[in-house]
Design a protein around this ligand. Structure first.
Ligand code: DC
Length: 226
């Protein structure tokens, strides 16, 4: 079944806080619709890793702007690259987890990635996942969704992921880190996490992945017949 809508732009946006299920849903939805999956959190993580590796702190915006002139981040075939280096695993480290929200709040970083994101999506059909997809990066998107879930549910999902990766961490620690990241992502001045206008909000707390995908496809199918 192909429900992709050909009016407007070729972008479907999924925004929401960490652990709301965006990555899983966006990946499956992209497969289902024959689109590419644009994981913008991975781009912010890659830039964070790049700056941490160069020991450039969040207060050094000028240095950041200069350094980013020499940085090429890209997504290809589900992998993340800084220049030609595959950093897919490294960007998921606890160190990057802790630092990414602070770097993401900086205009030097957001301006740099705004361009990267739009260039990556140009001429393609994409499911774009992040925090400001529908509000700032792709305001003209054909369909906008906002996935949310209770903080306990989101923390439990993230905890399972971390344990599966062999990390030793308690549920409470994960919940605290996640809440802190939510606060920073929602409270920052530039492109804060918000429900975009016209977005359909889906609470995934009590829903299976299939149910969420079904709801998204139903919205798209309904709108297409308008
Ligand atoms: O989706 P994620 O957890 O991998 O995202 C990591 C961080 O990147 C998130 O805490 C905030 C930032 N981010 C952002 O500011 N804007 C986006 N569009 C995507 C992610």
């Amino acid at each position: 079944m192909r429900i992709y809508c050909h009016y407007g732009s070729n972008v479907i946006t999924l925004d929401g806080p960490a652990g709301a299920g965006k990555s899983t849903i966006a990946r499956l939805l992209a497969d289902r619709l024959g689109c590419e999956y644009l994981d913008t959190g991975a781009l912010y993580r890659a830039v964070t890793l790049f700056l941490l590796t160069r020991s450039i702190g969040t207060t050094e915006e000028e240095k950041i702007s200069m350094a980013l002139k020499e940085c090429v981040v890209s997504l290809e075939g589900g992998k993340v690259f800084i220049d030609d280096r595959d950093v897919t695993q490294k960007i998921r480290s606890p160190e990057v987890d802790r630092a990414v929200s602070a770097y993401s709040a900086l205009s030097a970083v957001r301006d740099f990635l705004l361009e990267t994101q739009r260039r990556t999506a140009k001429g393609r059909k994409v499911v774009a996942e992040g925090r400001d997809m529908g509000s700032v990066v792709f305001p003209e998107a054909s369909f906008k969704f906002f996935l949310d879930a209770r903080v306990e549910v989101r923390a439990a999902r993230r905890w399972e992921e971390l344990k599966a990766r062999g990390e030793v961490i308690t549920f409470e620690e994960v919940k605290t880190q996640l809440s802190r990241r939510d606060e920073l992502d929602s409270g920052r001045e530039l492109s804060p996490l918000r429900v975009p206008e016209e977005a359909k909000v889906i609470d995934t707390s009590e829903k299976t992945v299939d149910e969420v995908i079904g709801e998204i496809l139903a919205v798209m199918a309904g709108r297409r017949s308008c």
